[in-house]
Design a protein around this ligand. Structure first.
Ligand SMILES: NC(=O)c1ccc[n+]([C@@H]2O[C@H](COP(=O)([O-])OP(=O)(O)OC[C@H]3O[C@@H](n4cnc5c(N)ncnc54)[C@H](OP(=O)(O)O)[C@@H]3O)[C@@H](O)[C@H]2O)c1
Length: 358
């Protein structure tokens, strides 16, 4: 049995993982522990899964470490939303525990600091994001010259004027049901920007070798292109159960019928198209931030989180998001951030700068 600790157990990813265990889709998993930040549903989940639970903040590494020690997991699903997921990932990596990583902010902000700590301790970082999960599996035994990340395009792909967009409209994602932060990021394509950065760091590809294509159906989760020009893609219905469970248990370890089969005999259509920097400035800025070094990636992540919260709170308009991030990124940030303290310092500096513009 694989002992699983879930950080962010009450959110969208945490709930999908627990549903899979509840419904018998993941018989090889036993819940070692559950954590969330404040949701009242946590004690009920602890009782249901007969597992210890804790309210903790991801940024309190002492608390995270203590809970990891108490629960003795084989693997941790880090499904915390936002930048406080990084200190939790760092604690797990330092302790040599494998991480099924949904919290993309961990890699985008932690970069080489997190990855080299994991390498040293022997902790494996296995991506849960459907795009990175696809690439992770496609790269096994294959060399690629290019990564192709798919993006649904979010709710405003056909709407150029986003001036009067309401929070409700921005939260209405066409293909995925997710937490609020990632859903707003999917509407601006900042989520794809974070994913481009995550893919670059996790798989060692430069920004010019990572392409984004708009694929509205969210069936092709991403693709790789080999030197010969062949493209290998991973397809499945849009359901996070598959990348979550394969990250935790691995392929071919007793997982069966996790998602519905695709309806090949009745037929379905897949479309791909390019994206435009004028329509999605947050994605363009993410490529720039990736080229700009550690501080720029951290500042992008922190500024984006601050403006998304300001939009959700009704303090700024949806169309203000890219301009506030652009202004925040116009300040200089260090090219190399080699400790957690320095990363979190740059992050709070950028958060405060973005907040001041909201
Ligand atoms: N949802 C998806 O389909 C999806 C797909 C790919 C990647 N991801 C990534 O997975 C992560 C989680 O996304 P989500 O959609 O599941 O988010 P979510 O629904 O908002 O859930 C977030 C979870 O994190 C907990 N949490 C929030 N802030 C915390 C903090 N400071 N310290 C500790 N726990 C905290 C929340 O606890 P409370 O409920 O107590 O607040 C909740 O359990 C994000 O990084 C996202 O980008 C999500």
């Amino acid at each position: 049995m694989t002992r699983l600790l879930i950080l962010g157990a009450t959110g969208s990813i945490g709930t999908t993982a627990l549903d899979a265990v509840r419904n018998g889709k993941a018989e090889g998993i036993v819940i070692a522990g559950l954590a969330a930040s404040s949701s009242p549903s946590l004690p009920g989940l602890g009782n249901e899964f007969n597992a210890p639970y804790a309210y903790l903040r991801g940024c309190d590494t002492a608390e995270v470490r203590a809970f990891i020690k108490e629960t003795e997991p084989d693997i941790i699903l880090n499904a915390i939303a936002g930048k406080e997921g990084l200190p939790a990932s760092a604690a797990a990596a330092e302790m040599g525990i494998d991480i099924a990583l949904a919290n993309k902010e961990s890699v985008v902000m932690g970069g080489r600091f997190l990855l080299s700590m994991a390498k040293q301790s022997g902790s494996r970082i296995i991506p849960v994001d459907s795009e990175h999960s696809a690439i992770y599996h496609l790269l096994k035994g294959r060399k690629a010259r290019r990564l192709i990340l798919t993006a649904s395009g979010g709710p405003f792909i056909d709407r150029r004027d986003t001036g009067g967009v309401t929070v409700e409209e921005a939260l209405a994602h066409p293909t995925w049901k997710m937490g609020k932060k990632i859903t707003i990021d999917s509407a601006t394509l900042a989520n794809k920007g974070l994913e481009v950065m995550e893919a670059s760091l996790l798989f060692g590809f430069p920004p010019e070798s990572i392409e984004v294509t708009i694929h509205r159906q969210s069936v092709v989760h991403s693709a790789i292109e080999t030197e010969e020009g062949a493209v290998y893609a991973l397809m499945s219905p849009p359901d996070m159960s598959l990348p979550i469970l394969t990250a935790i248990l691995g392929e071919g370890h007793g997982l069966r019928n996790i998602v519905q089969p695709l309806p090949f005999s009745s037929g379905f259509s897949l479309t791909f198209s390019g994206w435009d920097r004028a329509q999605f400035p947050m994605l363009g800025m993410a490529y720039d931030a990736l080229r700009g070094g550690d501080g720029m990636r951290i500042a992008y992540t922190a500024a984006d989180e601050a403006v998304v919260n300001a939009f959700l709170d009704g303090r700024i308009a949806f169309s203000d998001i890219p301009e506030i991030v652009r202004q925040t990124l116009s300040a200089p940030y260090p090219a190399v951030c080699s400790s957690l303290g320095m990363i979190m310092e740059v992050s709070s500096e950028a958060s405060m700068a973005a907040e001041a513009l909201c």
